[in-house]
Write a protein that binds this ligand. Sequence first.
Ligand code: PRX
Length: 649
Amino acid sequence: MAQNTQNIDALMAEERTYPPDPEFAAQANAQAGFYDQDPDEFWEKEARERITWFTDFNALKQWDRPHARWYLGGRLNACYNCVDRHVENGLGDKVAYYWEGEPADERLTITYADLQSRVVKAANGFRSLGIGKGTKVAVYMGMIPESPVTLLALARLGAPFTFVFGGFSAQALGSRMVEMECEYLVTQDASNRRGKASPLKPIADEAMDMAPTVKHCVTVRRTGSDVTMKQGRDLWWHDVVDTQSDDPASCPCEPMDAEDMFFLMFSSGTTGRPKGIVHSTAGYLVGVATTHYYVFDIKPDTVYWCAADIGWITGHSYIVFGPLANATTSVIYEGTPDFPDKARWWEIIERYRVNVLYTAPTSIRTHMKWGAHHAEQHDLSSLKVLGSVGEPINPEAWLWYRDHIGAGRTPVVDTWWQTETGMIMVSPLPGLTTLKPGSATRPFPGVEAAVYDEQGKEIAPGEGAGYMVVKAPWPSMFRTLYGDDERFRETYWDKFPDAYLAGDSARVDADGDFWLMGRIDDVMNVSGHRLSTTEIESALVDHPDVAQAAVVSRYDATTGQAIVAYVTLKEGAEGSTEKLAELRDHVGTQIGPIAKPANLVFSDELPMTRSGKIMRRLLKDVAENRELGDTTTLADPSVVDELKQRSEN
Ligand code: PRX
């Protein structure tokens, strides 16, 4: 198993514990006995409490391994649950989103009534273009109010969507639209990034050249950047949406079957082709609303901020659908944490009196690097719960977060989950759990997580590490991989006959607390972004000068892992500094800037086994400057020595 040794050593040495504060515990949403609930009863109760059904479900679940169906016979609409019912229940004046633009003085307060008005207009506009139940739509946007509005409007119409993160390339967007056969695309001219306009529509144009199924593209004017509008295909958001009625009765919420596909989220797997992870409507919504309510201890007056991007699963589940289903007030921030200065986040927390902050370890480590003095300039006393997600959090970062952001009193909930799981699976509950820095602690009620050995036997608490698995279906589990049920079975269900294979390694300590230790496959986690080694290798090999490429990750103190690429060039090509930049840019264009290797090493040869497989394990050792492992299966052991030398230079 490939693991990150520095981090694991730190985790193993960690023994500090933090019991819940009695005052917090007394008012917490989850009280004693919470973990003793029967999973089926729990998920049935939560579904009725948290969701309004147009037609009640008549069976809780059906498990035909590996296919699960939940809340059978139930009919509902996600937009109705996130927006309309709150207005009907007298919460129209409650703030849904405090939107903070990147330019320092641009902000909006959007109430639930405002949100409904915006969503109904957008849904009417989309409908006028032909979008309806079952129409597939791609979304490629930044952190502007129109992003959640678009998702909610599509949910209202019953149109399944795929939101592609704005940092992905034209290639990545195009191939996802082709795979889903999207007929529409919603985007914006450009997004604000550190005071500059970062283009989206021009990238979308290139992507649409690859995806002939796209009939119309709707573009929000955000920055005013120059864009080309193709006659007949491209329309401005303001032309399509602004003149529409905002009367909810003019565009009723489409009753959807519990199991109707809600959205697709593409994610990196072990092969070059991203996987289209399919989420259902009811199970997903119940899962994200329930976990959001208990893990973050949401109260009617909570101000909550998940600082992820809507384009990732974290944003879907915990910026849009979970918080809105719970009628929560959230913050959305458009820009980067260092614009105009490195105190921007803390200024936002002070301004809105934020109670819950949810972010990734990589951001925490970045703030650590910048220094606590930025946070000290601001009043952060409103914070009650701090959350972490996306990668293992090292105890040092955990403690810094609690001490410097949480004034040494705020619980840190380290939440483990995946695009596939849809919702938080393992996490402390802030009023119940004794915290340990670096441990995600316990499975959420109704989640039967375990650690298995190679033979599929459960490893007892305190008995060592193995494969992270889940032994029973949970409501928000992904239903399949889009168009590839075979790959769904092979990747997740074939290894063990009775459990879901998550792809992570983990151990359970003697107290029963889970410690997640990183991926066991060729998936990397760079700044909390999931990337596949093979996908980046394919991008490199796609360059005309590249003969062969091998990609591994190495430890990085800020980003968790960093990408290292070893490249063999074709005859005649020269491994110059210019070539290096060219290849990094090529990866940027093929996948997106987040996939550009941090290091790129040119090599005449790559270490191969005698059967011709690249030995990534050895390259990882070289990349991390570690003692080299066993090289006896290597065809030419001198290759590694040479690589070591080159990497050091
Ligand atoms: O390796 C685990 C890591 O992120 C992977 C899932 O990535 P993705 O599908 O992009 O979803 C990220 C947001 C949920 C997991 O397989 N991971 C996520 N959260 C944690 C984590 N590793 C350790 N601790 C966590 N809290």
